[in-house]
Design a protein around this ligand. Structure first.
Ligand SMILES: Cc1cc2nc3c(=O)[nH]c(=O)nc-3n(C[C@H](O)[C@H](O)[C@H](O)COP(=O)(O)OP(=O)(O)OC[C@H]3O[C@@H](n4cnc5c(N)ncnc54)[C@H](O)[C@@H]3O)c2cc1C
Length: 222
């Protein structure tokens, strides 16, 4: 899985200036008062100043992760590679041998439980790769028969890697990351959220920090 920054518009000061324009004011550098302002804006749900800062990302992840992330829509634009037009050999996501998890024991809401013991993980890994190989063979056979890629792709599994460009406001990406870094989120999806969090924190340390500190309590979507 990869998350690459394509473009970035704005800084912490852009968010501050979007708020301070109400009073005809403009800053060039952040002050302590501006940091407090960012926290106030986030706390009170004044989202629009945070929408003047934008990130554009190129993400490659398995379809099952992309499908979860595509549920986040407000403030975000998504364009994805199409296997209607592309029939390259597919790449598949595969967990590391130590990453196989048991199904949850107590709560169905928790998607997975403890790490599988090594011998079971090895068997799971073998079964997984056998299934991927069979799917890839089926895909190749269909293409060789002249089947349209848009139909042949139906045999490809959710592990198939897909690539999309995801552009959106800082506010929208902060919502994505708060929800997908939560303990209930799937680990593989959290991996993408962690990478987005790292990029956003580097470029917007104060605004991103305010959105995380102040908005967590107001998140409702689960
Ligand atoms: C851990 C976890 C488990 C999940 N499990 C499932 C699942 O089992 N099945 C499933 O289908 N989805 C599931 N989801 C997806 C979830 O229901 C949301 O669709 C997803 O988190 C996107 O939320 P968002 O707030 O970013 O949505 P967006 O659609 O981007 O909306 C952003 C915000 O705009 C507002 N908004 C958007 N649309 C409306 C509207 N029509 N009316 C009023 N306000 C609106 C809401 O405040 C919303 O928070 C899960 C999400 C998480 C994080």
């Amino acid at each position: 899985m990869t998350v690459e920054l394509i473009d970035c518009m704005g800084t912490d000061v852009s968010v501050v200036n979007a708020a301070r324009v109400s009073f005809g004011k403009q800053r060039d550098v952040m002050s302590d008062a501006d940091v407090r302002l960012l926290h106030y804006l986030a706390r009170e749900g004044h989202w629009s100043p945070f929408a003047h800062a934008v990130l554009s990302l190129r993400i490659t992840a398995p379809i099952f992760v992309a499908r979860q992330l595509a549920k986040h829509q407000v403030g975000l634009a998504w364009n994805e590679i199409s296997r209607r037009y592309v029939d390259d050999a597919p790449d598949f996501y595969a967990p590391g041998i130590g990453d196989w998890r048991h199904r949850p024991v107590d709560s169905i809401k928790q998607g997975s439980g403890e790490r599988l013991p090594d011998d079971v993980a090895a068997a799971a890994d073998a079964a997984y790769h056998t299934a991927l190989a069979a799917a890839e063979v089926g895909y190749r056979v269909l293409l060789a028969l002249g089947v349209a890629p848009e139909q042949a792709r139906a045999v490809l599994p959710l592990a198939t890697l897909t690539t999309w460009i995801w552009t959106g406001s800082l506010y929208a990406f902060a919502r994505v990351c708060r929800l997908r870094l939560d303990a209930h989120a799937q680990a593989e999806t959290a991996e993408v959220a962690t990478a987005i969090d790292r990029i956003a924190r580097r470029h917007f340390p104060h605004a991103w920090g305010a959105l995380f500190t102040e908005c967590a309590a107001t998140d409702q979507a689960r």
